[in-house]
Design a protein. Structure first.
Ligand SMILES: *[C@@H]1O[C@H](CO)[C@@H](O)[C@H](O)[C@H]1NC(C)=O
Ligand SMILES: *[C@@H]1O[C@H](CO)[C@@H](O)[C@H](O)[C@H]1NC(C)=O
Ligand SMILES: *[C@@H]1O[C@H](CO)[C@@H](O)[C@H](O)[C@H]1NC(C)=O
Length: 159
């Protein structure tokens, strides 16, 4: 709780400072998966693949997109969001990482969400469009993250 408060305080304090990292780090910050489909269910998997391929082909042109794939009970819903001022190249590469990492982290999941510094992607077998997701977590200003990281590593080295 205290840590979360500190993080929020830092974000508020530093959000005005320059936030673009020198090179974008497409390492997932966090992911969350739920509900497995049976490994024999090739339809939902095919729909997820179609969904991700649509999201990937859209990402160079838009920083936000939502779409569905499939029909009936196997319909899957997906969306991504890139930070508003992310370049189209960086959005494309972030979503490219997201669609591949989420399949690694959430294999055979009916629902999954993955967060990065500059984008996030979510899919589900239920319609969540326009529904507020309360499972957020505190995001740290990326330029600040490296500062915290180097402070922490110095701290651990000193131990
Ligand atoms: C889903 O599958 C993964 C790995 O196959 C397993 O670790 C996990 O416990 C399963 N979750 C549910 C809710 O069945
Ligand atoms: C995207 O989401 C909105 C609701 O927020 C919905 O009205 C729209 O149909 C969705 N677009 C697609 C392609 O599913
Ligand atoms: C669902 O999609 C499949 C493949 O795209 C198609 O063959 C089928 O006719 C569709 N079913 C309905 C009810 O639209």
């Amino acid at each position: 709780m205290a840590t979360q408060f500190l993080v929020v305080a830092f974000v508020v304090l530093f959000s005005a400072s320059s936030r673009r990292a020198d090179t974008l780090n497409n390492t997932p910050l966090r992911s969350s998966c739920s509900g497995n489909y049976s490994t024999g269910n090739s339809i939902i998997r095919a729909n997820i693949d179609t969904l991700f391929s649509s999201l990937n082909s859209r990402s160079p042109f838009s920083n936000f997109y939502n779409i569905t794939a499939g029909n009936g009970t196997d319909t899957v819903y997906g969306l991504y969001m890139c930070e508003g001022d992310l370049s189209s190249d960086d959005c494309r590469s972030c979503i490219g990482a997201a669609t591949s990492d989420i399949l690694e982290q959430c294999p055979s999941s009916r629902q999954g969400i993955i967060w990065y510094d500059y984008c996030h992607l979510r899919f589900a077998d239920q319609n969540f469009f326009g529904i507020m997701d309360s499972r957020g977590f505190p995001m740290i200003n990326p330029s600040l993250r490296s500062t915290i990281r180097s402070c922490l590593s110095r701290f651990y080295l000193d131990l």
